[in-house]
Write a protein that binds this ligand. Structure first.
Ligand SMILES: Nc1ncnc2c1ncn2[C@@H]1O[C@H](COP(=O)(O)OP(=O)(O)OP(=O)(O)O)[C@@H](O)[C@H]1O
Length: 638
């Protein structure tokens, strides 16, 4: 029979498995058993809506058989099975999630020194090759009379041939490798070893995992045996269920260790980092359910893409109904992973119907509150942990505030962190407010690309000098968030660009009014020279060591304009900011402009243009005509 080749990337993964230097080879059993459990889930789910399956929950199970003579471990399930095509496509190429993730990680760590990663999350079926030199999979798919056998001795390919199997399901025979000095593969033929591995990794699997175990018992005394004769023992075989079948989320929190929660998370959701937070819920009342939720420590690579699917696993009395039920999670908490199990959702419910059940709404509203509370707890008790969370998912929280016209702002506001000028670290809005100076009316913010640049923005200088704290907003969505929030604890959020951002004394005000009066002609001239490039030229109230800065009037800020400009053309009309060029009349450069305005208008126009370009540069706005700008500078230097 012709051997078929594995796809290139599968082959590489397989080779890694075969030559794995990883010491926790024992995890192969967890992977094979969890695949069997998935297959049982699928058929159990089908049996809810399809009478033809003719099986009930108690009929499903997994069986493990050890054969010392043949050096084989056989794992059999009566789940959904695989057709010939499925055998080829599922076992011939790298499967989804876990294996792919694994492959990515391996590519990133080119030397393979990260081999420890292997055991931390699902590596799937291929892990069988860590301990076996031949794997045979015989399967009969539900609804089919045919059975097929897939066989492979490793990276050089596999065969698929017709076979026989009386019942629906899958049987996997792993022929163990010969023992070497480093590795005793033979230990996996020991029933006690296997039993311990099932307990360790697969205890919560909700189907019985059965195996024949050798047992010892005292023989009944034969008649006439002396009273004090030594008791006689006999051995016999008995099928034992190795796992407790109690899912971790059904166990009382006090009986589960943190380590158990963490390793459950890592195995189930294929992460190799511990979660940032674990949330357990046991609710009784309108809807009775248990939930076990996790906040991952970092965002999956596809988190901020359309491909990412949110949702929690939904079980109804222990039967998996849906792998990612989106209705259970609001968008702003879409990073949460976990499981919900409720006896109050009808088992016969179809997935479409499920979307409309009230029970789900109740659960989701409750979970939203719990997640919020847990994040607050993290913020209060473990600031570095929260800041790590914030780096991963803060953007999502901000989107949540900006979404739906601010419908969720009250829930999410006190989860926000912004970088602050005061302590050069993140601050919550409440922390900012608590530090506000007595005479301080506003919560100040500056928006731009990065903190370093914002700290040097001309218009922040006087505010900082007066000792006011400024929040530096560096995400595109930030200014939308600020607009939606409007006020925090009665304090208005104010851009440093705002014309009256800096509070003025009466004298300062009078001085300013006088400056406006004195410079009226000059301001008109600057506006005339620059034409449509600006809406207005204005005497600045906020500049100190700089001559000019660019700000904007109206609802569209300069940063928003940058954002709108970055959108694809299809995104509709581009909104532009109403630009205002602010001049500092006390600055020598502006004084030079003023005297040129009085004596040499051509020179004054040159100065005005140069200052305009300077303001664009400092605001990190594009210079429309860099060549012209350069020519102006040459002109100045003449
Ligand atoms: N016992 C089984 N019964 C039915 N199908 C199975 C069985 N074992 C494996 N499969 C099929 O083979 C596919 C590949 O399995 P594999 O373990 O490599 O990846 P996976 O389970 O999809 O993801 P992971 O990498 O997370 O384990 C499975 O998705 C499933 O469709």
């Amino acid at each position: 029979m012709a051997k078929k080749q594995f796809k290139a990337e599968s082959k590489r993964l397989l080779e890694l498995m075969i030559h794995s230097i990883y010491t926790h080879k024992e995890i192969f059993l967890r992977e094979i058993v969890s695949n069997a459990s998935d297959a049982l889930d699928k058929l159990a789910y089908l049996s809810l809506t399809d009478d033809k399956v003719g099986m009930s929950r108690s009929d499903f199970g997994i069986e493990i058989k050890l054969d010392q003579g043949a050096r084989t471990i056989t794992v059999t399930d009566n789940g959904i099975g695989m057709t010939k095509e499925e055998l080829e496509s599922n076992l011939g190429v790298i499967a989804r999630s876990g294996s792919l993730q694994f492959k990515k990680e391996m590519e990133q760590s080119s030397s393979g020194e990260n081999m420890d990663i292997i055991g931390q999350f699902g590596v799937g079926f291929y892990s069988a090759f860590m301990v076996s030199d031949e794997v045979t999979v015989t399967s009969r798919a539900y609804g089919s009379d045919e059975a097929w056998r897939w066989k492979s001795a490793g990276a050089d390919g596999y065969t698929v041939e017709e076979s026989r199997k009386d019942t629906v399901g899958t049987e996997i025979v792993m022929k163990l490798k010969e023992d070497t000095e480093e590795e005793q593969y033979g230990r996996f033929l020991d029933a006690h070893e296997i039993s311990a591995l099932v307990k360790k990794y697969s205890d919560y699997i909700r189907y019985p995992i059965r195996m024949e175990m050798v047992k010892h018992r005292r023989k009944d005394k034969a008649e006439g045996t002396a009273e004090n004769a030594a008791p006689e023992w006999e051995t016999y075989m008995e099928t034992e269920t190795l796992n407790s079948m109690v899912p971790i989320w059904q166990r009382p929190k006090s009986e589960v260790s943190d380590e158990e929660y963490r390793s459950f998370y890592k195995e189930k959701f294929m992460d190799y980092e511990d979660p940032a937070a674990v949330i357990t819920v046991s609710a009784e009342g309108a809807v009775t359910y248990k939930a076990l939720l996790f906040v991952p420590a970092r965002a999956p690579f596809d988190f901020y893409t359309r491909e990412f699917e949110k949702g929690l696993q939904l079980y109804s009395s222990g039967v998996l109904i849906m792998d990612k039920c989106p209705e259970l999670l609001p968008d702003h908490f879409r990073f949460v992973r976990g499981v919900v199990d409720s006896q109050d959702l009808s088992l016969n419910i179809s997935r479409e119907m499920l979307q409309h059940t009230r029970g789900l709404k109740v659960i989701s509203a409750n979970l939203e509150k719990k997640i919020k509370a847990e994040l607050r707890k993290l913020l209060e008790n473990d600031r570095p942990g929260y800041e790590r969370f914030w780096k991963a998912f803060g953007l999502q929280i901000k989107y949540g505030i900006a979404a739906e016209y601010g419908a969720h702002k009250d829930l999410l506001r006190d989860l926000l962190l912004f970088y602050s000028s005061a302590e050069e670290k993140y601050a919550t809005l409440a922390e900012y407010v608590s530090r506000m100076k007595e005479d301080q009316k506003y919560i100040y913010y500056a928006a731009g690309d990065n903190v370093a640049r914002l700290g040097k923005l001309p218009q922040t200088e006087r505010l900082l000098e007066k000792g006011y704290e400024i929040l530096y907003l560096t995400d595109e969505v930030d200014e939308f968030v600020v607009q939606i929030l409007g006020k925090v604890e009665e304090k208005e959020l104010k851009s440093v660009n705002d014309d009256n951002a800096v509070p003025e004394s009466k004298e300062e005000q009078e001085k300013h009014d006088k400056q406006i009066e004195e410079n009226r002609g000059l301001l008109d001239f600057v506006k005339e020279t620059l034409g449509d490039k600006i809406k207005e030229a204005r005497v600045s109230r906020k500049l100190k060591s700089h001559a000019v800065c660019m700000t904007a009037d109206g609802p569209v800020s300069l940063e928003m304009e940058k954002y709108f400009r970055s959108l694809p053309d299809a995104a509709g009309e581009k909104l532009t900011a109403e630009r205002v060029l602010e001049l500092n009349p006390e600055h020598p450069a502006v004084e030079a402009l003023r005297s040129a305005f009085e004596t040499d208008r051509e020179k004054a126009a040159l100065y005005a243009r140069v200052l305009y370009y300077q303001s664009l540069l400092m605001a990190d706005l594009p210079i429309e005509d860099p060549a012209e700008y350069s020519r102006l500078v040459y002109e100045l230097m003449k």
